[in-house]
Write a protein that binds this ligand. Sequence first.
Ligand code: FAD
Length: 355
Amino acid sequence: ALPPIETDCVVIGAGPVGLFQVFQLGLQGLHAQVVDTLPAVGGQCLALYPDKPIYDIPGLPVCTGRELAERLLQQTRPFAPTFHLSQEVAELARQADGRWHLLTSTGTRFLTRTVFIAAGVGAFVARSLRLEGIAAFEGRQVHYQTPAAATLAGQRLLINGADDAAVQTAVEAGRLRQSADANAPRSVTLLHRKDAFEAAPELLAELAALRAADLVRVAVGQAIGLQTHDSAQGLRLTGLQIATADDEELTLPADQVLVFLGLAPRLGPLADWGLAMERKLLPVDPASCGTELPGIFAVGDINHYPGKRKLILCGFHEATMAAFAAAQWLSPNQAPVRLQYTTTSTQLQQRLGVA
Ligand code: FAD
């Protein structure tokens, strides 16, 4: 195993509040390591409403979820945070020296003096296809992320979903068939409850063209079961049983199934870290956003205190309170952390790289 990354601050969650936490820690002269299960930053704003408008960010009359995530990321740049994406913080345990040891699902380890839990409504993970017996095929014939192109070569590909990722994957597979690429699947079927898909207009136009050329087929219905075949090579998935809109049942043959049913938040391992939880939330002291464990702060949608409102702007305030409290906690023998203005403080401007 790699040695742990030794640091002052780890932020769990790169949603809007985790990102602003990084910024506020930076103003305090503190560098942050950030972990998120998603492959990109932005939390709910990016995972749940990337193209919808937000109207209540102070000073920004309107911006989309994606834009807000981009702007917050840009604002952290002067402090050069290190992002550890596509991994979940699985364990958090106190060490004899008072530091916290964190372990992620991909094996990254941290030894840190403070932790900022900005875990929102939980870790975002791909929503799974709930069919009896499916677990045996996950990772081999059923995937929640597009596998290497060679895995799909010559295979009957079934894509379940209707979002951008589903359409994009179907179009890419259709293009491979069109150009008779060596990795082209034998067939490409896109399965959804309705013949309606949510993706960028250009992508939808390309899908329509590939359908017209019979390079991609669309099947309307819902997966209700697996069709399997047992042979000397072992049990193989050969197709999905589908219920159509007219309540008929049919089988769609498939060697590889790609599932894009969106993301769902899962509270996950956080519940096992020895932190008191109230209705799946972490109670904090609003003056510091500190939890009852020393050096552990909770900010944004995951925390709770009297009067709490689950709004981005409230999370920004909480991140500010937590950064001040953490700076004091990390330097207990120093004078109280002073309030300084970014407008006039040379020290803050140096940290921001503008002085
Ligand atoms: P999140 O955005 O939930 O981010 C938490 C991140 O932590 C996630 O990326 C998750 O994957 C990660 N995570 C969790 N656990 C782990 C773990 N163990 N390891 C690694 N990563 C982990 N608010 C407004 O103020 N204005 C609006 O207009 C508005 N509109 C909204 C519209 C919709 C449709 C929805 C659903 C919400 C809206 N909200 C709005 C609410 C707002 O999005 C949330 O308040 C905000 O996203 C909370 O930010 P956060 O950073 O606390 O958590």
